[in-house]
Every structure is written in structure tokens, then in C-alpha cells.
Design a protein around this ligand. Sequence first.
Ligand code: GN1
Ligand code: MG
Length: 341
Amino acid sequence: MNAIIASFGLRPSDYAIDRIGTGHIHETYKLKGEKSFVLQRVNKNVFKQPEIIASNLLLASDFLNRNFPDYYFLRSIPSINKTEMVYDAEGFPWRLFPCLENTVTIDKVDTREEAFSAASEFALLTRCLDKIEVGSFRETIPQFQDLALRYRQFEIALTCSNNERKHEAEQIIVLCKRFYHLVKNYNTLIGNGLLRLRITHNDTKISNILFDASTRKAVCVIDLDTLMPGYFIYDLGDMVRTFVSPVSEEEKDFSKIIFRKEIYDALLEGYLFQMDSVMSPEEKSAIPFAGKMMTYIMALRFTADYLSGDVYYHTDYPGQNLVRAGNQLKFLEKLEEALPE
Ligand code: GN1
Ligand code: MG
């Protein structure tokens, strides 16, 4: 790691290094010094063409600089060779970010104000990019949020799984199949061309917002690896998934999982505060579907990963992906009760 730090022009001995973050994909470290930084090792098995991330971010940042100079877009710090990323001996790319003082991340929403502020911050990004040329962006992970594909991947994982895992996951598998109607709804919605392709963040979980530690207002969005073409339901849906339940996707006690209407309403208010004027009536009528779709996609992805032997998401204990899947399916049940279509 020292060689990596040095390639960004920093002296390794000036920093204390701590592993931070709750992400499932990359490894993130804080370099604590007089001025602190965040150093991240990108997971090249997930982002197989990391250079696409850099090219998308450059397009967005140029556009924002020209059209919304006041918008704070968190960019990585170039290396001494003026590259966005530096590769280690194993071929993993690393990048460096400024560390914003007096900011915090949270993994569950406590107040309506947090929900409003975070949702309007994510929505602001999509709104500022409303007029950008979507076709010039590439997908950093192909068909990342394609629910129909994720269902097929779940079925393939089921076919390839060993019997022990299949047995352990029996009830979860039944539940995953029970919500298949959402795949049909998704295919209809997308197939009819009713939603506009936009540039979306695609990972709008609550922990991807930096809040001001004192005012508890959103400062900026982070984790822009999946900034790419997508539909608004992906962003709104992942917010519903992660803001509205009082516990995170890691919670094992499913009796704590409920639909918090006051948080949902505040989230929607915050989102529409920025997005209302650029959304079509067809998009607005898809609002209740968003949270269900994204909660379901995560249930399918966690289940498929469990069945495949926990190869994708970082896990700390055996069965963790199954807990996450069960947690998401429970929340999905609550969403279907609360938001009938
Ligand atoms: C992953 O690594 P992280 O936590 O930013 C995943 C998201 C999921 C999320 C669930 C590239 O994001 O799609 O919503 O876990 N990112 C990727 O917590 O697969
Ligand atoms: Mg992410």
C-alpha cells in the first residue's frame, strides 16, 4: 500500500491507516494525517473495465462544471502521473479521494429531515444531468439493474448450487419465486418505453450520502462507480429500500422491519423537490413500483450469491447473504402491503 500512497505524491509515514466503510465490493481506507484522504482499492472482478468509470465521471464532471458550477461533484485526486487510478502488482486499481472534514455517513435513517435531505441530494444529481447526452456514457457493469436478467441469474444459481446450500435456502427460494410478478411488471414498464433513460447514480443507498456532522444535512453523494444510463426507478427504489426500513439490510431480527410511512413521504417529497419538473406523468405513475423493484432485485442478488458460494458480496459470517436476502424479502412484503398498485 505504501507504494500506492507514494504514487499519489503522499508520504506513507505521514498517515495512520484505518479500514473504513460498509461497502460490499471495494476495500476502503482512511489515511489520517494533518490533511486526511480516502484511499480505495477497486474490485476489478466486479468492475471489469474500471476505465469506463473514469470516462463516465469525466463526462459528468465536465458537464456539471460548465452548466452547474456550484454543484459539488466529488472527484478522485490524480496520481503524480496524472492518472485517475494506480494499478498494484496484482492488477487492482486504486484511487484517492479528498476526505471532507466534519462529515459522516449513516446506515439507517432516523429522521424525516435526513430522508428529505438525502433524497433531494440524490435527485439533484439526476436533475443536473437531465440534459446530458446519455448515449455518450457506457455501462460500468452491463445490465446492472435489469430485473429480468437478475431473475435469470437467480435461476441459474439455483440450478448450479450444491444441495446443502439449496436446502439451507429453501424458504428464501420459495419467497423469491413468489414475487415473480414484479419481473413481469418490470418487463411491461420497460418494454413499453414509458420511462426515459437518464444518467442515474444506481447505488443510492443511504450510506452513499455524506452528511454534515453538525447540521445533519446532506453535503454530497459518494460512490459514483455506477453513474451511468438508467431509469429513475433504480435511484428512487434503492432509497426506498434503504431509508424506509428502520434497520439496515444486515439486521437479523426481522420483526424490526417495518414500513415507516412518515419516512417514505419525506423521501418522496425530497426527491420530487428536485425532480418533479423534469418527470413525465408516466414516470410519476411508476413511483410506487420503484422500491419494490429494487428491494426484490437485492433479494434475488443476495440469494443467488449465497447459492453460488458467496463469491460476490463481502461476508463476515456464514449465511450472511441469506440473512440479507431474508431481510429484503420481509421488507418487500411490507412494501407490497403499504403501496398497493
Ligand atoms: C453493493 O459495495 P456497495 O455497498 O457500494 C452493490 C449494490 C448493492 C449494495 C447492497 C457494484 O454496493 O448494487 O445495492 O451492495 N454494488 C455493486 O448493499 O454490486
Ligand atoms: Mg457501490
